[in-house]
Design a protein around this ligand. Sequence first.
Ligand SMILES: [Zn+2]
Ligand SMILES: [Zn+2]
Length: 421
Amino acid sequence: MTTKQQSHEAVVLNNLDAIYPTIEAFYTDLHKHPELSMHEVQTSAKVAAHLKEAGLEVTSGVGGTGIVGLLRNGSGPTVMIRGDMDALPIEEKTGLPYASTVKIKNDAGELVPVGHMCGHDLHTSCLVGTASLLAQGKQSWSGTLMIVAQPGEETMQGAKAMLDDGLFTRFPKPDVALAQHTMFYPAGTITYHPGYTLAAEHNIRIRLFGVGAHGSMPQKSIDPVVMASAIVMRLQTIISREITPGEMAVVTVGAINSGTRYNIIPDAAELDLSIRTFKDEVFQHIYAAITRIARAEAEASNAPKPPEITIMEASQATYNDPKPTKQVVDALTRYFGADRVKEEPAMTASEDFSLYGHAPGGAGIPSCYYFLGVTNPALYQQKKGDVPGPHSPYYAPDREPSLKMGLQALTIAALSQLSAP
Ligand SMILES: [Zn+2]
Ligand SMILES: [Zn+2]
């Protein structure tokens, strides 16, 4: 027995085998020609050409190299699907016949090797392929499909650049936003986590001020090294004494910088901290505690002025809304079977897809973000899961099963949010 929804899915996916050779060629071409974050010029031109060919209204140059493709198909919700286009400054070592040998000058003018070692080429290929499938099968759904090919995910610049350039004012504000990301799990599987699925990262610098003196005359100094040491120890009480046990939070002091040689007491010190959290209220508590502790220790040392505390870099947590997540997971589970769609714990990595959703300062669109397994299943089993993951120079998606599952999954996910005709 098939439901109406299943017959719509069957109609749309009926063209998968017909478009697959085009999508595979698109993928290997992107893989061979990776581009750095916010410089995805060739990639975005290829995306725009494909979407135009598929019959979408295409706007280029949104937030730099970003592309928006719209397919208005009657009444119903606006469903955004996002794929990211950028590669990484990593030398590919997969040995694949279509491996990248590209070297490009980075923003600092240094020649660096570039490779698609985070699978964004696969995300983009599934994005354009899903657009083709939905365009060819538009008698099976209604609503508006909004394709967003985003630049600069790796540098956390692209989503913000597109939003700042009017993504949700010049174009329809979507009712829901979807995205998938490759992961080292076996090809043919999907993993997800409801609620917070990826962490926020805040990198913070504390600059402490003391009074310098000769190392033999500490009475003439206010020693910032002692001040910094006391702060490092005290910071470790934030998680252990102030945060509810079981709440995910990390406070790491990654660098302490002060002084030049044995017998000089320096006049300043810097601490570089990395904070990981899921919930903004937890981050706000930690940030307030860091500020309180740093100021109190500086005062305890009789520092000449209070410390400067600066958030140097930040990315927000990614949240999966209950309603679209359940609908997407139910549809994927029905299509692929329960053994291929599994819940996994949240991860401490970060994503700027969060900015389309409920992150502080974000657009507030209900969202669902899930992972697509891409490792050859036999290899995964042989290595007991100890296989290269994203950002490894050896990360090599098993091409055909990964692309086919990615196309199917993104199409099923989109149809679960669009209306029936
Ligand atoms: Zn990445
Ligand atoms: Zn990535």
